[in-house]
Design a binder for this molecule. Structure first.
Ligand code: TXA
Ligand code: MG
Length: 345
């Protein structure tokens, strides 16, 4: 299929250009667009045939429900059965932004979109291009991350063009995504609020608003017997071709010492080695270095780009420190553990 690819100035988005892509969405076509978390692969959430095109473009299993994006808070009322006090608090505090809420769905949401569940996951993005696009399309937009299923989520324009040109009707190219990890998903559809996927809205931030919040037990370890509540979390994910190892160390010096020994071994085996580390790591590695930045926000923003970079550099084996699982660190380590297929040394 021929893909219409256009760049948009994120500081002064061209309304005419947004209208072209909004009309495609309203017409049942697929459009990739930037959001503040990762790029989304969108289609009309209320149109079964349009939703089916998303699964096809991504090669996504059909039991994995799509996340629905709205332009305004009031739009949620048409889509879900009940917005309780907790949901209202969360929407007030974190929307627009990187928080997805799981609600009991109304019948208007087709099974194709909800993956056959009686719930629907909804968020209101803060990215102005995303919001204008959804508003002008005039329908809620189903949009998973715009990667081929199982690959790292795209956070920069070149990630998408390489993988998705020819697989979708349109690509609206903006800048790099601000947060870099996908939204936090919180389920309010039954009992205690539960985080199904950690993200930039942290557990601590949610607790401040709701009091009681739990992390889906399946996120705490890799025990396959515990079923993930977000169907997508059970699939192999974020996996580069390289074998990634997470290295437990006391500090960056200790990390460098451990990794040096491994680099030497790999060199003998003629393996291409990569090291993903913080900017402040002053050590020179006998490996290709990938800079993750310094703050937790940097790590989150750069993580998928660096994972994709491993493949670009044909790295065979890569090392990364075990970062502290606090605040945003929970989301970072969740993605890293999956990328590493839980190889922790
Ligand atoms: O930041 C984001 O959330 C990005 C951008 C594009 O908005 N979207 C995104 O979509 O990450 P996706 O489809 O890659 O991930 C959505 C996750 C999947 O793991 C899916 O299984 C889960 O949300 N999900 C969707 N609907 C659900 C539901 N009703 N109940 C539980 N989990 C659900
Ligand atoms: Mg995804």
């Amino acid at each position: 299929m021929k893909t219409l690819i256009k760049e948009i100035d994120i500081n002064e988005p061209d309304k005419g250009l947004i209208d072209v892509f909004a009309a495609m969405l309203a017409d049942g076509k697929t459009v990739i667009f930037p959001t503040e978390t990762v790029y989304g692969l969108g289609a009309n959430a209320l149109d079964e045939d349009a939703a089916a095109k998303i699964y096809q473009a991504k090669g996504r299993p059909s039991d994995n429900p799509l996340l629905v994006h709205v332009a305004d808070k009031k739009d949620v009322y048409d889509l879900v059965e009940n917005i309780d006090g907790r949901a209202k608090l969360l929407m007030e505090k974190f929307w627009p932004g990187p928080l997805t809420i799981v609600f009991k769905k109304k019948d208007i949401i087709p099974d194709r979109t909800s993956g056959g569940l009686d719930t629907v996951a909804i968020r209101m993005p803060s990215d102005p291009v995303a919001r204008q696009l959804i508003r002008r399309a005039g329908v809620p937009i189903a949009a998973p991350s715009a990667n081929i299923s199982g690959r790292p989520s795209p956070t920069k324009p070149d990630h998408i063009i390489r993988d998705m040109d020819g697989r979708v009707d349109g690509i609206l190219v903006g800048g790099p995504c601000n947060y870099g990890v996908e939204s936090t998903i919180v389920d309010l559809s039954s009992g205690i609020a539960m985080v199904l996927r950690p993200g930039s809205v942290t557990l601590e931030m949610l607790k401040e608003v709701l009091g009681q919040v739990e992390l889906d037990p399946s996120l705490k370890n890799k025990d396959d017997n515990i079923k993930a509540k977000a169907p997508g979390m059970k699939y192999k994910h974020y996996s580069p071709q390289a074998q990634v190892y997470i290295v437990k160390a006391n500090d960056l010096d200790d990390f460098a010492q451990k990794v040096d020994a491994l680099c030497l071994e790999n060199e003998k085996k003629k393996l291409r080695t990569g090291v993903m580390t913080r900017s402040s790591d002053g050590h020179t590695y006998r490996a290709i270095r990938f800079d993750l930045g310094e703050s937790d926000a940097d790590l989150a923003k750069n993580l998928f780009d660096v994972l994709i970079g491993l493949d670009r550099e044909s790295v065979d084996i890569a090392y990364v420190p075990y970062f502290e699982e606090k605040g945003l660190g929970v989301a970072i380590m969740n993605r890293l553990k999956k990328a590493a297929a839980y190889r922790i040394i």
